[in-house]
Each structure stands twice: as structure tokens, then as C-alpha cells.
Design a protein around this ligand. Structure first.
Ligand SMILES: [Fe+2]
Ligand SMILES: [Fe+2]
Length: 244
């Protein structure tokens, strides 16, 4: 599969648990039931595209903030985390069949992520990223708790990615506030980005269902507190998007 977005230079050091996952699994063939195989063949391109887009967001910000050495270190570390996420997800994707409509799937996700960058300010952009990564945490948690089973290698990968994304939520949230994001805008932002991500993913509702993930439950209002609690318990570093 051609990438959705061009590769970003490797600049930072990552301590991502996905590195350990790669060490453990990257020479193995991961087995899936045919139902899981077909479902993940549709979902992986969307996830990979998100990881590529995220690298550019944080890479560009690290370049923009060259005068702030700590910010450069932090954002370069996120870029490196996302590169490991991409590498691991792409490794799984290459073991699966390519869907016939892969080009449409890719174009839709490219458009979604490109549109995210169309905001009025950097602060709004990072508030959106915090919200988006928080939704990704929920998705990863739901996959982990889905029909693959908690010990399946792909569930373990989702758990590792979720740990990183929880950290990215905290950092993006803090950055948005430092850039002057007004918290009174948050409910509208959360609603908007949640709806947009749902619109992107809903065409794959059946694929999510096939891996035991109820997409509507994840995006339903009110479900966030319960899911966030579960993530918080497992990973204390997680700061929910609701408290931005
Ligand atoms: Fe990621
Ligand atoms: Fe992220």
C-alpha cells in the first residue's frame, strides 16, 4: 500500500512499549480467524493512515518550536512513538489481504486527516489532536476487550499503542492550553471531532462489529466516562479529553 502521507525523518528517541511488541512479534506470522482477517484488512489502512498523519503534526510543531528545546524533545519523542505505531500496524497489515476498495478507504482517511489541519489556530489544532487521540485510546481499549481476546498479539499491540496515545493526549492538551486554547470551546470541539471521526469510521461498522467492537457505544454520549475510567485505572498517566 502506498503511504497516505510521505515519511517523516526519524529525529527522536522513543520509549514506546510498541518497540517491545515489535521485538517479540515482528518475525512471527500472526494468525487470525477468517472473520477477523477480513475485518482487520479493512481497518488497518485507516489506522496506519492516522499514524502517518500524526507524525507530520508533531514533526512540524517540533520544527516550529526550535527556540524551545524541551518542546522539541517532547514532540520529537511523539514522532518516534508514532513511527513505531506505524511500523507495527503496517507489519500486521502486510499479513492481510488488501481490500478491493483500498484506494477509496485511503482517500477518505487522507481527506479526514488533511481537513483536521484546517483550523484557525495552532491551539485549536492541538485541542483537536488531544480529542482525537483520546478517541483512539477508547478504540484501542475496545479492540483489546473485543473478540480477538486479550492475549492475541493484535490486542497486545492495541494495548501498547493505547499507553502511548494516553501520553499524547496529555501532551497535546497541555500544549493547546499553553498556546491559549480557551476551555469554554472544548465541548463544541469534542462534539465536532467526535462526529467527524464517527463519520469516517461508520462505513466500517461491520468490520468493527466482526472484531467485537460496538462503534456506536464508543461514540455514544455518556459512554466516555466509563471507558475513560477503565483506561485511567490501567494507565494512570491518561488524562481524559473531558477535563481539558
Ligand atoms: Fe499513534
Ligand atoms: Fe498519537
Amino acid at each position: 500500500m502506498k503511504p497516505c502521507f510521505a515519511a517523516v525523518p526519524t529525529v527522536g528517541q522513543s520509549v514506546s512499549p510498541v518497540k517491545d511488541w515489535l521485538t517479540r512479534f515482528q518475525r512471527t506470522s500472526i494468525s487470525f480467524s477468517s472473520q477477523h482477517h477480513m475485518a482487520l484488512a479493512r481497518l488497518l489502512p485507516l489506522l496506519v493512515c492516522g499514524e502517518q498523519s500524526s507524525q507530520w503534526v508533531f514533526y512540524n510543531e517540533s520544527r516550529r518550536l526550535q527556540q524551545n528545546p524541551q518542546a522539541v524533545i517532547d514532540f520529537e519523542q511523539i514522532v518516534a512513538d508514532e513511527q513505531y505505531h506505524e511500523q507495527a500496524l503496517e507489519f500486521v497489515r502486510t499479513q492481510l489481504d488488501e481490500p478491493d476498495d483500498i484506494t477509496t478507504l485511503k482517500r477518505r482517511s487522507q481527506h479526514f486527516f488533511a481537513q483536521l489541519a484546517v483550523t484557525e489556530s495552532f491551539s485549536e489544532h492541538f485541542a483537536q489532536i488531544a480529542c482525537l487521540d483520546s478517541l483512539v485510546c477508547k478504540l484501542m481499549l475496545a479492540i483489546e476487550n473485543g473478540s480477538l481476546g486479550k492475549t492475541h498479539p493484535f490486542s497486545l499491540l492495541c494495548r501498547a499503542i493505547k499507553k502511548d496515545e494516553a501520553k499524547h493526549v496529555s501532551m497535546s492538551k497541555r500544549h493547546a492550553l499553553e498556546l491559549g486554547f480557551c476551555t469554554s470551546h472544548w465541548p463544541q470541539f469534542r462534539q465536532d471531532i467526535t462526529q467527524r471521526l464517527y463519520d469516517l469510521l461508520v462505513t466500517e461498522e461491520q468490520a468493527f462489529s466482526d472484531i467485537g467492537v460496538d462503534l456506536k457505544m464508543i461514540f455514544k454520549r455518556g459512554s466516555s466516562a466509563k471507558l475513560s475510567e477503565q483506561v485511567n485505572l490501567a494507565h494512570p498517566v491518561f488524562v481524559t479529553s473531558e477535563v481539558l
